[in-house]
Design a protein around this ligand. Sequence first.
Ligand code: ADP
Ligand code: MG
Length: 710
Amino acid sequence: MPPDTLECAVCELHAEAVFRVEGMDCNEEVVILERRLKPLPGLEAVSADLIGQRLHVKYDAARLTTAAIVDAVGHTGMRMWLEHEEPAGGGADVAWRWRLMVLSGAAIAAGIALTAAGRGTPAAAAFVAAAVIGGAFPARRALTAIRSRTLDINTLMIVAVAGALFLGEWLEAASVVFLFAVAQWLEVRTLERARQAIRALIDLSPREAIVRSGGLEHVMPVDRVAIGDEIVVRPGDKVPLDGVIIAGHGDVNEAPLTGESLPVDKGPGQEVFAGTINGHGALDVRVTRLVRDTRLARVIHLVETAQATRAPVQSFVDRFARIYTPAVLVLAVAIAAVPPLAGADDPAAWFYRALVLLVISCPCALVISTPVSIVAALSAAAKNGVLIKGGAHLERLADVRVVAFDKTGTLTKGDVRVTAVLPRPGYADRDLLRYAAAVESRSDHPIAHAVLAHAHASGVAVPSSADARLIPGLGAEGVVDGVGVLVGDERLLRGRGIDVSDAGAVARARDGGESVVVVAVDGIYAGALALADRPRDTAREALGLLREQGIRKIVMLTGDHERTAARVAAELRVDEYHAQLLPEEKYALVRQLRGGHGAVLMVGDGINDAPALAAADVGIAMGAAGSDAALESADVALMSDELLRVPYAIRLARATLRNVRVNVAISLALKAAFLIMAVTGAATLWMAVLADTGASVIVVANALRLLRAR
Ligand code: ADP
Ligand code: MG
């Protein structure tokens, strides 16, 4: 990807680029890369995504180019290129590993045959040849590591093999090299498969579009389609780019984006998104976003960024790994030196044990045991329309004990409708609507949409309003036809000293669970509008599932009136509700909840509850497919408005942490067992090599189970 955030400061050009790095499979390689890149002038930050083999680099484009960055990495023996610019011959590494492995295996077979024929010297020569051939790859890597003053698995392996040759263990040396080659090949393959599986979950947009121009249709790569171009989406095809339908109707399946597989009926004027699947109708679409800016591209970008962030469990593992390797190396030196010096009779045996320790000192399985699970979980979530912005949020989600919901637009559909216009005696319905709608015309609140829709449906012409202003959590105000108009909660009017006469109809509407907004024109109460907003169909079920998951407390927070809130709270059976809250009061309540009972999750729609979302341990924003703000700001964004995704997210988070624990336990247990076996002399070199790879492969396979979780 070319630098995608170019913002110009006085003398710096902050840029960000994502690279793919072939050969970055374990932590040591990251260390090597960092040592190479950090000294480059203009480099600002590097973060590595081991599982995706991606390197996110922030740099000053005034002083550094992506070509210079790629060059610097070229010296390490790893290959790097700008993401989406995959060069020919990508994957050559794996092919070479395979060839050398086969050759080395053949040499071993020859050696064994020669041994059987009683020809010792040529047999030894065959084994040495096998070791040299199979060792070529690791030796090259070991050299780079040594040049960057780090130890990596390759270095350790080369030392172990040299040691075995020194002891005259020809077959042993050859088989270690061979097994190591097999192991590495398997590991690279497994990780490659994992990468593909994960990527396939989210990257689903077509590469070509049918563009119509001058009455002709031609197929074009999506990156050459411009904004304003007209494209044709045939029945059953995937939508290639974001755009607005100009002709045709279709039932569009938005599951790739929202996780919601129920098709949505779309027609002229409505937006369609890249990656979604057109149903039976043909659609003519006017493109509104370039391929790199589509909603799907942003989702993928967010998921990838999330994958490069580190979860706290991961730092624990990394800290452990940093102590573990030197500790085992010290132990190896001690085992090789101390017993012989103390007069043990078989120095070669102790030397051999030290070599086994070298082999198991690589913490690779342990190091990938956490990120691989977390990345799999983030991808599985994304596929189901739940965007989790990083492993840390996933960890905190698993600890949630209290869930707070916003009411309007979250527990309720937000598909608000005006059910009654209740002017004060002597005031006309149409005037009331006219003033209210004028003031609401700029607001994004569901109530505002409802008022405007009702005005249009009643044939009321909506005048423009000067100085229209939102009062968050209370309402809106503005000047219409030269008079001041206020629309909103009663408190808004009372706060301005305006008397509100509560008619019986208003109270009845509230007791029925409806919301009421009152209107003042020119400082005098003019009447009220009753609005109905039903709870979402799955709200009860979602709350029930949360209870089954052991959530101790479910709270509803709303800016709406007490009576309306009471009714909805009773219907949904929440444990606690708080009404008439301003945004900052929702914030304060969430802080208070956090004091009491463990991690607090806040679920909102981002309208008047952004501070509360930020105050919670985890904030989930609904409806992110429709709102850029919600997509970017919350810790977790639900692409669809489906409340059932909330218990799903918690369940997935818990499953992931269990998965991580199992993975860490497997790799630690294997290490511990082999440590003991190595010291006591029960383990051989080739067993150690097998155990090490075995652990990596098991750990990755276990993590991939999360991809299948529903
Ligand atoms: P909730 O917390 O239930 O999502 P909000 O905090 O968004 O509700 O709004 C609280 C109350 O403030 C609403 O019930 C309504 O009375 C009033 N209000 C907020 N914004 C508007 C608006 N744009 N127009 C009219 N009333 C509004
Ligand atoms: Mg709301």
